[in-house]
Every structure is written in structure tokens, then in C-alpha cells.
Design a protein around this ligand. Sequence first.
Ligand SMILES: O=c1[nH]c(=O)c2[nH]c(=O)[nH]c2[nH]1
Length: 282
Amino acid sequence: MAEGFKLDQKHGKSRVRVSRVWRQPLSGGDAIVEWNVSVSLFSDCLPAYTSGDNSAIVATDSMKNTVYAKAKECSEVVSVEVFAIILARHFSSFYPQVSAAEVKIVEKPWERMVVSGRPHSHGFKLGSEMHTTEVTAKKCGALSLASGIQQLSLLKTTMSGFEEFVRDKYTLLPETRERMMATEVTTSWRYTYDHVSQIPPDPFCFTERYKDVKKVLEETFFGPPDTGVYSPSVQNTLYLMAKAVLNRFQDIASIHLRMPNLHFLPVNLSSKENPTMVKVRS
Ligand SMILES: O=c1[nH]c(=O)c2[nH]c(=O)[nH]c2[nH]1
């Protein structure tokens, strides 16, 4: 409480771009990551707001420099989740007045190039969907850890329909059992670990889990390669995708999916003035 107001605050730095290269001549290739990092600190610094006293404020410029310094300190390749945990633990333990730190990272999808059928030792190209993570660490070691995918564009040319929805005076959409279905999936899943001591020692378990989850989501969206699977709505497909992930992975406590319907509406080109188009359609 301050001056009769109940105040709540956090402050931080977003969009810190950092890249790290690991030289790996022995294992046959350099590794590179490019991360866009956002940090928020929950700290005891209300006097900065109420009376201009900045003595407890961690400057956002220091947060940015810490991101660079911690990336440099990672002498071995780390996953985006492990780097977020390193940062969140650092900020919540290093400063006495910081009770919790929230770190969000979006990884740019640099993929190793294949040239003349062989993986290139130091060449990369940009892929499509992005790997994300969100970590909150409290001073006591309590943790919340989530991973996700952004901009995963999926499309199928058939095995989709939409019928028996609400029809009223505003409804123009015809019912159909034959349409294209396309969406851009944004998803985030929260792991069951709720203390830093529970994090598995395998440094690449989150990278593996990310690939596994993406595979389950895609397989559920498309169905088997030859036959596919019929979707009666985006809503039903979304639910089945979420259910498949939760049933498959015991270390995932919850999942959130956003799947806007990217419409491919057929155009009716037939008209009295253009009878040939009627023929074309038939
Ligand atoms: O699968 C769909 N769900 C909807 O809610 C909807 N609304 C719409 O116009 N087309 C579709 N398709």
C-alpha cells in the first residue's frame, strides 16, 4: 500500500536481440542461435514510482547487458529453455529486492544448410515457424516453464468441412463437406516442473520435446499420409491436437492453441453476361 493505493508493478526490457555461435570443429559444424529476449522483474521498488527514488531500480540497460554476458558465459550449446532458466534464476537470485523474474524468448529458425546433399559446416538458412519459451523463477526456486511454437502455417486441400452452424439473417456462408483448411498455429504448453530442482539434467530434453510436440500436432492436423482425416471444424481439430499432446506427454501439464481460420473461399464466376463461365464451372 502507498498513499491509500494498492500498487502492483513489474518493469523490464523487451526485444533484446542476442546471437551466440559455438565453434565445433570436431563435431563437424558450428552452431548458432539468434534469440529475441524479454525480461521483466518483480521487485521491491515502489519508491521509484511514488517519490522518484530510483535506489532499488535495476536499469533496463543492465538487463540487456546481462543477457549478452550470460549468452557469452554459455560455453556449451544450450536450448532456448535452458537459457531462459539461467537468466530467470540469475535475476531472481542476484538482486535482493527482486522477488521473481519473467523471461520470454523467441528463437529465430536458423537451420543448417544442406549443400550438394551434405550438411554445411557453417552455412544456415531461415526456416519458418519459431520456437518460443516463457520462464518465471521466484527467489525461493519456484518455477513456471512453458515452451511454444509461433507461425506454424498448415494447409490441407481437402478432408475438411463446416456444417450445421447457426443460420440467421446475417449468415451467407454455405454449408460444405469439401473445402480447403489452412491456419497459422500459435501454441504454448506448460511443463509440470514447478521447482528448479525438478528440471531434467539432459540439456536437450526440451529441444527433443519441442520436436515431438510439433510432430504430434502436425500428425493430428493432417491424419495418415494417404487418407488424411476428416475435420468437421477448426474447433474440433484444435481440440484433438491439444488432447493428443496431453495424452502423449506426461511432463506437459497444459497446452494453449490459437488457430485462426485462413479462408480459401471458392469464387462463383458464373453470370448471365458470362455464360461461358457457367460452362467452365460445370
Ligand atoms: O471451422 C470453422 N469454424 C468456424 O467457427 C467457422 N466460421 C466460419 O465462417 N468458417 C468456419 N470454419
